[in-house]
Write a protein that binds this ligand. Structure first.
Ligand SMILES: O[C@H]1[C@H](O)[C@@H](O)[C@H](O)[C@@H](O)[C@H]1O
Ligand SMILES: [Fe+2]
Ligand SMILES: [Fe+2]
Length: 305
């Protein structure tokens, strides 16, 4: 599938920047979505360097994540969760479960996760009214965070949330808090610490072992339960936390042609994922019928998790 997306020119971006007004503190980008400049805590988005209590927790999160995510760990997790033997439930039931989940890696959000799902889905729905698969993708992209709950293994935060990165090759400098990788056992393994490591140029991301977490798990669940979502939707779910790639342009040498196509949609999606995080809450009951109809279109009634 070839997807053509209009990329805004540099001029138009500069022009849009000028549309910023002090009073509203928002920028207008794309089909009308207002991109705020500051998050609910009064900071710029994804600012990992500010001095605050919350930020200390986030940094400690990344210390643990960078030390503990190894190639062997990822392989073990994939094997365990491939079994899909933890539960049977519908997508909507899972959305409701997410209400109990707190993400310690996120400097921009402290609302219940179901709000984040609906905020991003509603925002993208406004700008892309005809791409219903994209609305549903947004709704489900973070469902994998149920890995934090007791019935799904109660994994530690570092094995569920946060940005993701490949294992089996060198850790790129653009990973946030990169310094903590020095204590990762893979850091000094000769086979893993070159640019390509165990991979070959252009091998395709599907052949790369990503750090284990909610992205890869939800991808696995969707795929193995025979979703009819297009490949771009599955790609978004699987790589939305891969900021080193979609924001910093690192690791692009591992992509194949299909990845390059799909990355265009991931970049569209990312804006809504990141900047829709706000204190303005969505009325769950009001939007539920629409999303339930999408779930019926793209998923079986019950899924194995
Ligand atoms: O803290 C956030 C959060 O965990 C998101 O769900 C994930 O997708 C991001 O990449 C991460 O940085
Ligand atoms: Fe996520
Ligand atoms: Fe998200």
């Amino acid at each position: 599938m070839t997807i053509l997306i209009e990329q805004p020119s540099l001029e138009s971006l500069v022009e849009e920047k000028n549309m910023h007004t002090k009073e509203s503190n928002v920028l207008v980008l794309d089909g009308g979505f207002m991109t705020p400049e500051i998050n609910a805590f009064g900071q710029s988005f994804r600012n990992y360097d500010v001095e605050s209590e919350r930020q200390k927790g986030v940094e400690e999160f990344y210390r643990l994540q960078h030390i503990n995510q190894t190639y062997d760990f990822v392989k073990r997790m994939r094997k365990e969760y491939e079994k899909l033997d933890k539960a049977e439930m519908s997508i909507w039931e899972c959305c409701e479960l997410l209400n109990e989940v707190v993400d310690e890696s996120d400097p921009d959000l402290d609302e219940p996760q179901i709000q984040h799902l609906l905020q991003s889905a509603e925002a993208i729905r406004k700008d892309y009214p005809n791409e219903d698969w994209l609305h549903l993708t947004a709704l489900i992209h973070d469902l994998g965070k149920i890995l934090l709950l007791p019935s799904f293994g109660e994994l530690p935060q570092w094995a569920v949330v946060g940005d993701t990165f490949p294992l089996g090759c060198a850790f790129d400098e653009s990973n946030i808090h990169h310094k903590y990788f020095k204590e990762n056992p893979d850091y000094n393994r000769a086979a893993y610490n070159t640019k390509n490591g165990i991979y070959t140029e252009g091998c395709g991301l599907e052949n790369v072992a990503m750090s284990w977490g909610h992205d890869d798990y939800m991808y696995m669940v969707a795929k193995k339960n025979d979703t009819t979502l297009p490949s771009a939707g599955l790609f978004i779910i699987r790589y939305h936390s891969f900021y080193p790639l979609h924001k910093e342009g690192a690791y692009t040498h591992l992509m194949n042609e299909e990845d390059v196509e799909n990355l265009k949609w991931l970049k569209v999606f990312n804006k809504y994922d990141l900047y829709s995080k706000s204190k303005v809450l969505i009325d769950v009951e009001k939007v539920k019928p629409y999303y339930v109809s999408l779930i019926e279109k793209y998923f079986p009634a019950k899924l194995k998790w």
